[in-house]
Write a new protein. Structure first.
Length: 93
């Protein structure tokens, strides 16, 4: 069972790695694809989120200039690559 929290034999709490690996998903590929804003999210199967990031980053470059655009673009890429990859159990510790 993937959702087990305790060992069936001894009852000890199970620990989980900080980074969860989902088969068929590479955070690095999502990060690299985010050179074009939103494509990393689309790669992860989040079409609407990808479209929203594309327009959001485009607006940031247009309205906020290159510094604001680059900052939002970086956040978009990091979100595509690592959102949901770090286990919530590790964050709760």
């Amino acid at each position: 069972m993937d959702d087990a929290r305790f060992c069936k034999s001894c009852g000890a709490a199970l620990t989980y790695p900080l980074i969860r690996r989902d088969p068929g998903f590479s955070p690095i590929v999502a990060l690299v694809l985010s050179i074009v804003p939103g494509v990393g999210h689309i790669y992860r199967g989040k079409l609407l989120r990808g479209i929203m990031w594309f327009f959001g980053v485009s607006f940031a470059y247009t309205a906020g200039g290159p510094v604001m655009g680059a900052l939002i673009h970086f956040i978009c890429a990091a979100n595509a690559g690592f959102s949901g990859v770090i286990g919530e159990d590790a964050m709760a510790r």
